[in-house]
Design a binder for this molecule. Structure first.
Ligand SMILES: [Fe+2]
Length: 283
């Protein structure tokens, strides 16, 4: 009996052809997939304590270069823009911040009021220079997936000896809670303060009055992360209140006032699939 010829000999050739086509398609689509992946990833830079007047120019240049290279959706700055709160220092801050090619959000620090040896200015118009800077350079990052809600912790004066420490005033907390409620639909809710609401084991301390209570209320109101500065060293801890996690992330400094770390900032990368990743970038 004669055996029927089969097409078996052609199968491997078809399979090879298909593999080659799939391979070429993958090569063609890979850049598109990478672009889509990057588009889905939200990138923010969290920087703090620039301290113009005692700034580290090399660190500032490096940071500005990173902003130009990676083009984050926004730069979030958590206070202490100046050293002594003088008009000259605020002008230096304005010039540098205005040159950044992305939106910037600001939060005032305890150094952003006239220094103690300008008691009249400190008593009568503590936030004049800071407010003018904010009006000049702050932009709305307009982030579809994230809210940036400010909570002021710096005070020009308070009922204790050390005025550089933090405090949460009831009206400021109420405004932050309202901001969170307004942004309840956003999947990532960031609160920005200058002082850490709770000290996180760093050399420096915020000793923020009302910080723990504020943190509990922020967690209940749906805040995911509190970004802060002040201690000049980065940290990243997660606490829980009533079973609700809230992350505290601190940025270092770009000034010469160093503590335990090199000058640096925090790179924040968020996507709906992978959540928030925080990477400390140092000079
Ligand atoms: Fe500082």
């Amino acid at each position: 009996m004669r055996e029927q010829p089969t097409n078996d000999t052609r199968q491997p050739a078809n399979a090879d052809g298909r593999s080659v086509r799939l391979y070429l398609l993958a090569i063609l689509l890979a850049p598109l997939a990478a672009v889509l992946l990057l588009a889905a990833m939200l990138t923010l830079f969290h920087v703090s304590d620039l301290h113009f007047g005692y700034e580290d120019r090399a660190a500032l240049d490096w940071f500005a270069g990173e902003v130009a290279r990676l083009r984050p959706a926004a730069v979030i700055c958590t206070g202490d823009l100046t050293m002594r709160g003088t008009p000259r220092e605020f002008e230096m801050a304005r010039e540098w911040l205005a040159a950044l090619p992305v939106p910037v959000t600001l939060e005032p620090g305890n150094h952003d009021v006239p220094y103690y040896w300008y008691p009249f200015a400190r008593a009568t118009r503590p936030w004049r220079e800071y407010d003018a800077l904010e009006r000049a350079v702050e932009g709305d990052p307009n982030l579809p997936d994230a809210a940036v809600v400010p909570l002021r912790t710096a005070a020009a004066a308070q009922w204790r000896f050390n005025w550089s420490k933090g405090r949460v005033a009831p009206r400021d907390l109420a405004a932050a809670l309202q901001g969170l409620a307004h942004n309840a639909a956003k999947p990532l809710r960031l609160v920005t303060t200058h002082h850490p609401l709770i000290d996180a084991g760093t050399e420096g301390s915020g000793s923020t009055r009302g910080g723990r209570r504020a943190l509990a209320e922020l967690a209940r109101a749906g805040a995911d992360v509190v970004l802060s500065g002040h201690v000049h060293d980065p940290f990243d801890v997660t606490l829980e209140f009533d079973g609700l996690p809230i992350r505290l992330v601190g940025a270092g400094t770009l000034s010469c006032r160093l503590r335990a770390s090199r000058p640096g900032f925090n790179l924040l990368e968020w996507s709906a699939d992978s959540g928030l990743r925080v990477t400390v970038r140092s000079v």
